[in-house]
Every structure is written in C-alpha cells, then in structure tokens.
Design a protein around this ligand. Structure first.
Ligand SMILES: [Zn+2]
Length: 605
C-alpha cells in the first residue's frame, strides 16, 4: 500500500562510487591538526579541574549543583569523543596503515586516562543512598538528567571500589581494546585469491550472491581456504575475549555471561529469554523458505553457499546513483523531513567504496552531537547493498535527531538503536516492491526481504546460541579448540536451517571473521530485538498511515532520554509482553506464505 503521494526526488548531484569518500575535516583537518592535540590536552586539564571540584563531594551536592556537574562532565566527554571519533574513522579507511593505528592507540590511551580521572563521579553517585537520590531526582533542576542518573545507578550492585575500577580502566587499552584491534587488523587484511585477483573478504562474500552456482561454490571454497590462514590467531583471540568476560563477570558478580549486556540494554533477562525462545521455536520459517528456494532454483540440495543465490539469474547491478535515489525516494515517501536529514549525509559524511584495508561491513558512527554522524559502507552494487544503505541511513537520521538532546541523552541502548535502521529498510523495501509489477520480480524481491529477515532475526539468534554455548563452555571446560568452536558453530547454524540447507563441514570456520563476538559479546540478539520491534512498528504505520509519522519521529528524537519500555509505549508497544514477539514473527509467516503463493502462481502461469 502506498501511503503518501509520490513526489519526484530532488535532483541530487551523485558522484562515481570511487569518489564517495568521507571528509573528516569537520572534526579535524588531519592527524597533524593542532586542535587535536590541543583538545586532548584540554580534556586532561578539564578532567583534573572537575575532579578537584567534585571528588569526594558528589553525595553532598544539591540538585542544581549536581545538574551543573553533569553538564561539565558531558562537555569533557564530548571533546574526548570528538578526538576518539576522528582517530577511529581515520583508522577505518586504512586499517593496515601503522600511523593510523598508532594515532588511534594514542587517543585511546589518553582517553582512558581521562576516563579514569572521571570515574569517581559515577561511583560516588552509585553509592548515594536511595532515599537521598529519590529526593534529588524529584527536583525539577534534574529533570533533564533523570534517566541518565537513574540508569547510571543500575550498575550499582556490580561496581567495584574506585581504585579497582581505576586499574581496570587504565589496563583497558592494552587489554580488551588491544585484542579487539588485533582482531580487526588480522581480519581486514584477509585476502581471498579468486579468479586471478586478491579480493577483500567483503568483496569475496558478495560473490555468494552470484547467480552462477559454480562461481558461488568456488568463491565459498576460496573463502574457506582464506579463513584457514590465521585461524589459530583468531581462535586464540576469541578464547581470550571469553576468558576476559568471565573474569569481568566474576569480579562484578554477574550471574551469567549475558546479564551485563542485558543490563546495559536496559532489558530484563526474562525478556531476552522470551525473544530467544520465540525465535528458536519458529525455525520452521527459514526452513520452509529454503525448501521453496531449492525448488525455485531447481537444486536438489542447497548448501551453505546457495543461501544467497538470486532467484532471477539476471539480477542486475544497482549502481551507486540508483541505489542512493531509491533509498532517498523511499525515505521521502514516508517523511520528507526524514529524507532531508538523510540527504545531508551525502555532503561528505559517507565513505562508500570497498577498498583493501578498509574496515569491512557497514556502520553509522554518531560522532558527537556538535558534529555530524558518519556512515561507512562497502558498496558492491547488489540489492542487499541498497538495503544496507537504507539501514545505515536509518541509524544516521536517528543519531541526528537524538543528537539534539546532547551526548548523554542521545545514545540509545542497542535494542532500540537497531530499530530506526530496520524501519528504514522496511520503508525502502515496500517502496521498491510497490514499483515492481512483474510477479517473478516481486517474488525475487520478497525473497531478498525474507532472507534479510532470516539473516537479521534468525541468524542472529542462532549466533546468540553459539555465543551462549562457547561462553559457558569456556567457563566450565577451559580454553576451547578451533574444532570445538567450529562444531558449536555448525550445530547452532544447522539447528536454524533444519534439513533445508546442508551445511558442510567446510563451514566450521566461518564463525571466525564475525566481529561482534569480539568487540561486543552478546550484541547480536539486539538485531533480532530491533527487527521484530520494527516489524511491529511498520505494521502499525501500514494500519495508521501518515498519522503515525509524527509519533515515530518523536520516538527517534527522544534518543535514550527514557528507558526503552517507556519509549516503546509512546508508539503503543509493550516490550514486556512475551506475546509481542510472536506477533512480529506472524508477519514473517505471512510473507513466507505470500512467497509460496507467488511461486505457485508463477510456476503455473
Ligand atoms: Zn545496524
């Protein structure tokens, strides 16, 4: 259903993909920019002054003074985050350049030192007795900071003493952060020799979308072989991450490996468990689809390299300019305001082409509220790349809207952070589908959409089951072998596909390039959470039409200024109701049925 009258897109000046590189000058003109060093020095000075004023006194502050202190703290954090953002983004476009790595390391070390100096604030605040904090939080002077202060106290039972926290914070750059960076370096420089060229992993993975089965199988085999190199190093890194998390959880008295992530996401363990149970109980949905896909492709037995095969052999490439126009057009049909925010990203805030040494995948980095967010892509002209652009722009507009609230109130927990991105995909998809009248074309589009949802809901929950197994196994059995990781990976992936896809033993090492297991243990279920939430939101939009739009914009603009449950309630959703998950899965069930009907119609036509 088309809800908003079509408006022709504003003429956008589009550039060749290779020249779509971001411009970091709004942050700093380059690594030599004197302001970078000056800002870092300023944060040290400000942090010392802040500590001199408030250390040992946080519990004695009145509401107005407390509000003033938070504003100062936010300003220091913002300056620090600006430097960190620059160093990180500069590193991302050439992770193999040692000077970029060195700059990132330097900024992280300086940042850790400042963070250490400021730690006392959160610790002292967490130590204030409840009756006193209730009194303070009722004061209007703190109305802007209520959720920030309340959520800072949720970690109260898990905080250590100040000297202990300081040691942990200071050891971070050479501890956990160092392992994450090593992982990034060893994965981003993986080269896959294929058809006479050395491809980046991302480019090689994109060949799995090729219509030619033989080409897909050869690419898959080449990736498997490339992943073999360095597997012992990546195995050791994951073991170290698992052990580090275990130690952390023990020191901080978390009852399970996932508990700290759930607390960080502001969701109950039981809510997450209900999500996992709901999705794993519907593994019949991907299996139903892949059985149909095998029929449609005329392949007896799909294997792991056939999952992304296009239904139409002639799926054409979507050039950068067309991809951009499609997404902006779709955003505009939903909300011209949202589209104009998205358009601004094309003024130097997107880095689009895949380049050797560049960070893989895609992300939208919020930068700092006083600057503009940045989007990194590895655009390879597939339809999925268009959806990725729609996805990252969803994050981007959310970050711009929420950024108006300032640093502390803008950042949303992961579960809601994935909501705007997936909504952006849904809007784009429905627009693209509406423009396609050929039933075969519609079926191909539906296939892409379903596979997107299987990847972002079911695959993520299957990955969460892998994480659950290996975190627990590391705790009970000690260091795990590459084979053991491989077995658990295969077991959890096979559970999702049932008999619809034959995952060969070669697939055993494909866990080893996935960055989420390393940089944010427990992250992946947030995708499933955000996706199912988005499906419900989009269903609401379809039912309510344009009157829904202002509520949606309000939800995004509220950033992280309230708990997720309260934010969701603004758009009429109760996250604590387990039935809510099933209703999102029903939407997928309907789409699988629609695909089955279309497949039948096209085969008999
Ligand atoms: Zn995302």
């Amino acid at each position: 259903m088309r809800l908003v009258a079509y408006e022709p897109p504003r003429m956008l000046c589009v550039a060749a993909l290779e020249s779509v590189r971001w411009n970091l000058a709004p942050l700093y003109t380059g690594p030599e920019d004197e302001r970078l060093e000056a800002d870092l020095a300023q944060t040290v000075e400000d942090a010392n002054a802040f500590s001199g004023r408030y250390h040992g006194r946080v519990g004695t502050l009145g509401a107005a003074d407390l509000a003033g202190a938070i504003e100062e703290l936010e300003a220091i954090r913002e300056l620090l985050q600006k430097a960190e953002t620059f160093a990180y983004l500069h590193f991302c476009t050439d992770t193999a350049d040692p000077t970029r790595g060195a700059l990132l390391q330097k900024v992280e070390e300086r940042s850790a030192a400042v963070a250490t100096e400021l730690l006392f604030f959160q610790l002292e605040w967490a130590a204030v007795p409840d009756d006193r904090t209730n009194e303070l939080l009722a004061d209007d002077a703190l109305s802007d900071w209520r959720h920030f202060l309340e959520s800072a106290r949720r970690f109260r039972p898990h905080l250590l003493s100040e000297p202990e926290e300081k040691v942990l914070a200071e050891k971070q750059p050479t501890g956990l952060s160092a392992w994450v960076r090593l992982f990034t370096q060893v994965t981003q420089t993986i080269e896959v020799p294929f058809e006479g060229k050395d491809m980046t992993l991302d480019v090689a993975l994109s060949v799995l979308y090729d219509p030619d089965r033989d080409r897909r199988q050869r690419a898959g085999a080449a990736i498997t072989e490339a992943l073999q190199d360095g597997l012992p190093v990546r195995t050791y890194i994951l073991n170290t991450i698992l052990a580090d998390k275990w130690v952390d959880d023990r020191l901080r008295s978390y009852p399970s490996w996932i508990a700290s992530r759930n607390l960080g996401n502001e969701v109950e363990d039981s809510t997450v468990q209900a999500l996992v149970d709901a999705v794993t109980s519907r593994y019949d949905l991907p299996a139903r689809w892949y059985r149909l896909k095998a029929e449609l492709l005329g392949i007896d037995e799909l294997n792991e390299h056939d999952r992304y095969a296009p239904l139409l052999p002639d799926e054409r490439e979507v050039g950068w300019d067309e991809g951009v126009a499609t997404v902006l057009d779709a955003y505009r049909s939903f909300s011209p305001e949202l589209a104009s925010i998205a358009e601004r990203f094309f003024d130097g805030y997107i880095d689009a082409p895949p380049v050797s040494g560049k960070q893989g995948g895609a992300f939208s980095h919020p930068a700092v509220p006083s600057a503009h967010p940045y989007i990194l892509l590895n655009y390879t002209s597939r339809r999925t790349d268009v959806m990725t652009l729609a996805h990252e722009l969803g994050h981007g507009v959310h970050q711009v809207l929420a950024g108006k609230l300032g640093l502390f109130n803008s950042s949303t927990p992961l579960t809601l952070a994935e909501c705007a991105s997936i909504f952006g995909e849904a809007v784009t998809f429905s627009r693209v589908l509406a423009d396609e009248s050929d039933p075969r074309g519609r079926l191909a589009l539906l296939a892409g959409r379903l596979e997107g949802m299987f990847a972002s809901i079911f695959r993520q929950i299957a990955m969460n089951r892998f994480e659950d197994l290996v975190h627990n196994a590391r705790r009970e059995e000690g260091e795990l072998s590459a084979e053991r990781f491989g077995e658990e990976w295969l077991r959890t992936q096979r559970a999702m596909f049932g008999d619809s896809v034959q995952m060969s033993d070669d697939y055993m090492m494909w866990w080893s390039y996935i960055p989420h297991f390393i940089h944010t243990p427990g992250y992946v279920y947030a995708y499933a959470f955000g996706n199912l939430l988005s499906l419900s939101l989009y269903a609401r939009y379809e039912a309510e039409g344009p009157s829904f739009v202002p509520y949606y914009l309000e939800l995004l603009s509220a950033g992280g200024s309230q708990p997720p449950n309260d934010l969701a309630r603004r758009v009429g959703i109760d996250l604590t109701d387990p039935a809510f998950w099933s209703s999102g899965l029903e939407v997928i069930d309907e789409q699988v049925s629609e695909a089955e009907t279309l497949a039948h119609a096209t085969s008999t036509a």
